[in-house]
Every structure is written in structure tokens, then in C-alpha cells.
Design a protein around this ligand. Sequence first.
Ligand SMILES: C[S@@+](CC[C@H](N)C(=O)[O-])C[C@H]1O[C@@H](n2cnc3c(N)ncnc32)[C@H](O)[C@@H]1O
Length: 222
Amino acid sequence: MAKSEHEWGSEQYDQEWVNKDSRRAAERDAQFNAALSWLSVFVSGQSRLMDLGCGPGTLAEKLLTAFPEMHVICSDGSDEMLKLARQRLDSYGNRVSYAQADFGADNWTASLPRQLDGVVSARAIHNLRKLKLIGPVYGQIHELLRPGGVFMNIERVNFATPTLRRHFRELQIKTRGHAAKMDGAAPSLAQQLSLLKRAGFRDIDCFWRETNTAIVGGFKRE
Ligand SMILES: C[S@@+](CC[C@H](N)C(=O)[O-])C[C@H]1O[C@@H](n2cnc3c(N)ncnc32)[C@H](O)[C@@H]1O
């Protein structure tokens, strides 16, 4: 899989991440609920959405529960994560399908379904780190959508200036005892919006934000 400081794809690493993540369920729920709330007005009926970098299927499960007619395609570069997603989503039967795809690789969309009503992603694409790598992925997501389809990315966003980044680190240390390691590398909100614009999306905005996590997205032109 594309280079990252994480060891995605290792059985032990993925399982440890899932265990750690379950301890921050309240924080995750706030993000997921904000996305679900917007999606309730962006998509309707028998829609097909892809969860890109789905991990163990936490967001996919919320989508399948909230939207009883929705089909969700769970996509991840890690076979281990897809295995965990399959276990979690087993009871949803043929409303879920699975696709192994590394969005850091060339032609990663070649075997993925197209004309999607939506693509959602949570804390996955920042693993590519560099704007010049993230930008093309936004363009390829745009190609996977049907005209009018929506992309919503729940993602880390960096504060815009070195001074704000320093203050945010101080705030994290004060409130949580430590500062997250990756904050130096994630795109800022303005950079995220600019990447979406360059990828061809319309009606781009930040739909929700809490400190360094935001939901950014937009729509494919009709
Ligand atoms: C922080 S986890 C988030 C999982 C899930 N979206 C969630 O919010 O619970 C990041 C996920 O992105 C996947 N990932 C990282 N780099 C990837 C890549 N280049 N291609 C596809 N998936 C990738 C990892 O395997 C992992 O499942």
C-alpha cells in the first residue's frame, strides 16, 4: 500500500488501531452523525455509496442503518481491514460489497464501480500526506461519481499558519496530555477546498468542523 507512517495492512497494527478507535467512539460519533445528517438531504432512495478507506466498516454500518435502501461499497487498501469490515457487516448481506483498492497506486479505480451517488471517506486520504498526491485522488473520486453525486470527506485539517499550529499543539497538550503526531502534514481547510475545486467539484464547502477535524466535500457537476 502507499507509503504512510502507519502500518495499514498488518493484522496486528489494524486490530490495535480498531481497539484504540473504539475508545474514542463519542468523538467519532459526532463526526459520523454530522455526515449522516447532511447525507439525509444529499441522497435518497436506492443510492449507491462508496466508503473509501472504510477500515473496519464503522461508518458503513451507520450508513446501512440510517438509510435502509442504501448499498454501500466498502473499499480499503488493507485486506485485514476489509476482513474486519466483512465480520462487522455480515448481517447486511447483499446491501454491502467489498473492494480492495490502494488509492496511492496507479489506476486504483480501474476495477471499482462508477456512476456512484456518493463517495464518503473518513480519515483515510490524508495518509498520502502530500497535496500533489491527494489532489489526483480527489479527481479520481470525482470520476467515480454520477453527475450530481456527492463526495464527503471527514478529514484532518491543519491550522492555517505556524502560529495557529503552535497554539493548537499547546491546546492539545493542555486538554489531552499530548499533541497528535501528524498535525504538521495534513492539508489546511483552505488547501482541502482548493484541491476539491481543482478536481472539478461544485458547491464545495466545509460542512462541519471541530478543531482539526472537518467534513469537506462537494458535488459533481450535472
Ligand atoms: C484511520 S483508518 C480510518 C478507517 C475508517 N475510515 C474509519 O474512520 O473508521 C485509515 C484507513 O485508511 C486505509 N488506507 C490508508 N492508506 C490507504 C491507501 N493508500 N489506499 C486505501 N486505503 C488506505 C487504512 O487501511 C485504514 O483502513
